[in-house]
Structures are given as C-alpha cells and as structure tokens.
Design a protein around this ligand. Structure first.
Ligand code: SF4
Ligand code: SF4
Length: 122
C-alpha cells in the first residue's frame, strides 16, 4: 500500500473513498487500470483481473474508472457530489485551495490570462 497524500490540506486517510469491483460483472477488460492515473489498481496475473491495491491513493470524489467500466462493475461508497460537498464543508478547505491556486499560477505563468485577451481557436 502507498502512503496517502493530503487532499487540499486535509487528511485523505480519514475518508473511505475508493472503487469496489463486482467480480461477478467484471470481464477483465483493463479500462479501469488504464484510466486511473493514481496507481490505485494492480493487475492479477493469476486471474487476469484488476485489484484495488492502493485505495488510499484514490482521489476523493473521483469516479472516472466507474464511468469507463463497460460492465458497470465499479461502485463507490456514496454519491460523489454529496460526499465531496460534506468533505469541503466540514474541513473549510478554501483558504488552502486559494494558496494552492496561487502557487500553481506562480509556477505556471502561462496558466494565467489577462482581461480582454482573446481565446484563439482554429
Ligand atoms: S473496467 Fe470494469 S470490466 Fe473492465 S477490468 Fe475494470 S472493473 Fe473489470
Ligand atoms: S476513482 Fe479515479 S482516482 Fe480513484 S481509482 Fe478510479 S480513476 Fe483512480
């Protein structure tokens, strides 16, 4: 298991949010593992199926792997919007979020746009 990183300053490990796989439905297509950028899944070479190996690395409120699963074999503990709304309210995360945003804009100045600047599309 990998260590859990804080989520916008809060203790990620305090929350149960991760995918559960229904192996009666899973066909082993692999889309869930390929769609997750956080290495939550590993692959069992014994039965050719995914395993939720690092649940603490799952991003709070993310449901991407569940959305891409063609068999509807992945579920989460709660409705993601309802879950996140409570996490955000309980932890008052926005002072931290503002600092993180500022740090991001300082690091990547090209992420800023000036008032009046035109968005160019082809
Ligand atoms: S995407 Fe769904 S069906 Fe495919 S391996 Fe993952 S859980 Fe199984
Ligand atoms: S919900 Fe998102 S972060 Fe969590 S395992 Fe699925 S794709 Fe990865």
């Amino acid at each position: 298991m990998s260590a859990t990183k804080p989520w916008h300053g809060i203790n990620r490990a305090a929350y149960d949010w991760f995918p559960a796989i229904d192996y009666d439905k899973c066909t082993g297509c692999g889309l869930c593992l390929l769609s997750c950028g956080n290495s939550v899944f590993t692959w069992s070479m014994n039965n050719n199926l995914p395993t939720v190996q690092n649940p603490g690395s799952c991003v709070l409120g993310c449901t991407t792997c569940g959305k891409v699963c063609p068999e509807d074999a992945i579920s989460f503990p709660d409705d993601p919007k309802k879950f996140l709304a409570k996490v955000i309210k309980d932890n008052k995360i926005f002072p931290t979020v503002r600092k993180e945003l500022q740090a991001r804009l300082d690091k990547f100045p090209d992420h800023r746009i000036s008032e009046g600047a035109k968005v160019v599309s082809e």
